[in-house]
Design a protein around this ligand. Structure first.
Ligand code: IVH
Length: 694
């Protein structure tokens, strides 16, 4: 495959034999206990190197070689499969996918009318045999011909019921995995039971599925991706339907029987009729990957119709009518070199992992979050450990777990700080997140810098040096103090002449009139960035109403659950003195255009009620704005969209209702055109929302 990742070079016979041994061991561990010492990328590169050597030296091929074998030839179980459990061929790029589709259609000698596009779940394949509606046997994939019986796990896998909704006999195939939450919970349980943590969700699923005697319970999840007649020549109604229905409809049958499919997830399988649609869905699934509560390592594209599958047929390893579009690895093994402790703007002392640099999903990762001290303990991490690190898209990289079987004995315990690493003061360790006892005051520079930033109070003349000066001179201790600064006070500072002083005070004065959402955002409460602050300000209308709100009131705001509501109340309580100062200084604390939720919207003359113009629409903006919108920043455009009742989004998908495309619009416009998304010029958009442009 031309677009495949690089191969590990295998230069001579000895290196070849060694490479085969390493790959065989790694595959055995991967499909066995799940504790391979190679990450997926390293294994793939090794097998490619082996394949390249074998191509050049066909006489040297060792019988153990993993090339061309299902599961690298790793596991041989003793339960024969009714129909082989095959692998999938791979492509790694849009071009690779287009070439594969073209090749398949050439083979059929006709275009394929329907493709089913679904996530490639990163777990283990299992076959679940149901007789008379009862789950009687559970078998792993093994070498594809026979697998290992794991029926003891029946009843412990969410989504795979012990009994179907109908008394049918059928074989369901799908993937067993650990969701991120199940993985976290499993490792807490394991560490509590003096066991070693699983190094990643996949090995957790493998280890748990095969474990027979455990004194504790660990939960797994199943997603079905196929169903077969049982036995293969069964003549029942259901069996006949399974032979004739399109794959997408078989999945509905599976779901109807009570087995979980991905239908309820954001990456549900969908049917596409053109290659362009397939590519768009592939991109969509790839973009959703970071937010999914379970791991995926690609996208599976299947010819949907039974006739196309039948004519396409199978190779010894994989169906010819399906392909896996592999996504880049988002998890790698590297070494934990150090743990740093940083104090944030709210005084929280957050540990950060320093890693041996590793390349992950397009960037080099050197740091990863460790959340809090309890998290380090829970994960059983030690300095010098090999660790699995996860990073996808823009998400902050995280350390998943240590790879315990790679320990050498040289690892060291991670020391927790006994005093605030910033000011040397006391630490409040009463909560999971440790905090400097001085709270925001410990890192006032950071919290004031945040408050005057572009998306909050936007006081441009206040750079960090000035803030440090103001704090050091004892003139301010938080951003509310800015509003009571006097000219004389500021003039006492170094390098502050009358002009710069007046400019600074004028800028501060202007900020007094900012809408509530900006002032609220400036408070820097955890979990309240720009858009959440806008939602809160629009919901309550005034700081007074926000301060009076209880847990339930906050939960009326979209995106706020009980946990966030509790944080809001706790932090607002702490901010009482600061907010009192804002009130006393005459800072605006109301949201312009606020309409009480219970109030009836403005009526038309004829008595009808109009909804805002973008109600229910998802709108994306690209390119530079012109006309009435020329001066608006992207944040201001997003605010306008939200004021008009729409949802501002940054990427185009099939769910986008409107793309506002200005000058020099690029790939987003192309994508919208491809997907048939409505496109408006800035002028057309301005017309649409004219009543809201001031
Ligand atoms: S279809 C005959 N669909 O990928 C068709 N497989 O590399 C083969 N997998 O062993 C399976 N998600 O463990 C199929 N939506 C999906 C899948 C999927 C994950 C796994 C499965 C299979 C492996 C092949």
């Amino acid at each position: 495959m031309t677009d495949a990742p690089h191969a590990t070079p295998v230069t001579d016979q000895a290196a070849y034999a060694q490479a085969v041994q390493t790959a065989v061991d790694a595959a055995a561990a991967y499909y066995g206990a799940g504790d391979s010492s190679l990450d997926d990328d390293a294994y793939d590169r090794l097998v490619r190197g082996i394949a390249a050597y074998e191509e050049a030296h066909p006489d040297d091929v060792l019988p153990d070689s993993p090339t061309g074998k299902v599961a690298g030839g790793a596991v041989i179980g003793d339960i024969p499969h009714t129909t082989p459990m095959l692998s999938l061929d791979n492509v790694f790029s849009v071009e690779g996918l287009a070439a594969w589709v073209a090749g398949f259609e050439r083979r059929l000698d006709r275009p394929v009318a329907a493709w089913s596009v679904e996530p490639k779940l990163d777990g283990l394949a299992v076959s679940a045999r149901y007789r008379g509606g009862r789950l009687v046997q559970l078998v792993t994939r093994g070498d594809g011909t026979a697998g290992e019986e794991v029926s003891h796990a029946i009843g412990a896998i969410l989504g795979l019921p012990a009994e179907l909704s109908e008394p049918v006999t059928v074989e369901i195939r799908g993937e067993v995995l650990m969701t991120s939450a199940q993985f976290e919970a499993a490792n807490v349980t394991r560490v509590e039971h003096e066991g070693v943590p699983f190094s990643n969700p996949r090995s957790g699923a493998a280890g748990t599925l095969r474990a027979r005697e455990r004194t504790y319970r660990v939960e797994l999840t199943f997603f079905g991706y196929g169903a077969l007649p049982l036995p293969p020549d069964d003549a029942s109604d259901l069996a006949t339907r399974l032979r004739e229905l399109p794959h997408s409809e078989i999945m509905q049958v599976v779901a109807g029987l009570g087995v979980q499919t991905t239908a309820a997830t954001p990456v549900a399988g969908i049917v596409c009729t053109t290659v362009e649609q397939v590519q768009a869905r592939v991109e969509e699934i790839a973009a959703l990957r970071a937010e999914l509560p379970f791991g995926i390592d690609g996208i599976v594209i299947k010819a949907d119709l039974a006739a196309d599958q039948e004519q396409g047929g199978f190779s010894s390893r994989a169906p010819r009518w399906a392909i896996a579009y592999k996504l880049p690895a988002v998890e790698k093994i590297t070494r934990l070199v150090d743990v740093e402790w940083n104090v944030g703007r709210t005084g929280i002392i957050a540990p950060r992992a320093v890693l041996e640099p590793v390349h992950l999903d397009g960037s080099t990762v050197t740091y990863a979050t460790l959340h809090n001290p309890a998290d380090i303990t829970r994960r059983g991490l030690m300095l010098g450990d090999h660790v699995t690190v996860y990073k996808a898209g823009d998400v902050i990289p995280r350390v998943e777990a240590p790879v315990v079987h790679l320990r050498t004995g040289e690892e060291k315990v991670i020391d927790f700080p006994s005093e605030c690493p910033r000011c040397g003061g006391e630490i409040d360790a009463s909560q999971q997140r440790w905090r400097c006892a001085r709270g925001r005051a410990c890192h006032a520079v950071a919290s004031v810098s945040y408050a005057v930033g572009r998306d909050q109070l936007d006081i441009e003349t206040l750079g960090e040096t000035r803030i440090v000066q103001l704090i050091d001179a004892g003139l301010i201790s938080d951003f509310a103090d800015l509003f009571t600064l006097t000219r004389d006070q500021v003039l006492t500072l170094d390098r502050m002449g009358p002009t710069s002083t007046d400019n600074m005070l004028a800028a501060i004065d202007q900020a007094k009139a900012k809408p509530l959402n900006k002032v609220f955002c400036a408070l820097g409460i955890r979990g309240t960035g720009r858009s959440m602050s806008r939602r809160i300000a629009r919901h309550f209308g005034s700081m007074e109403a926000i301060r009076a709100a209880g847990v339930e009131d906050f939960q009326q705001v979209e995106g706020i659950g009980p946990e966030r509501a509790a944080i809001l109340i706790e932090e607002l309580d702490e901010l009482v003195p600061l907010v009192d100062k804002l009130v006393a200084a005459g800072v605006n604390l109301t949201e312009p255009g606020f309409v009480e939720a219970t109030a009836v919207p403005a009526d038309q003359e004829d008595g009808s009620v109009t909804a805002p113009p973008l109600t229910g629409m998802s709108v994306v903006v690209t390119g530079s704005m012109t006309g009435a919108l020329a001066e608006l920043t992207r944040t201001e455009m997003n605010e306008l969209i939200e004021r008009a009742g729409g949802k501002a989004s940054s990427s185009v998908s099939a769910r986008t209702s409107l793309l506002v495309a200005g000058e020099k619009a690029g790939s987003k416009k192309d994508k919208a055109t491809k997907l048939g998304v409505r496109i408006a010029t800035p002028e057309e958009f301005a017309d649409l929302v004219q009543d809201l442009i001031s």
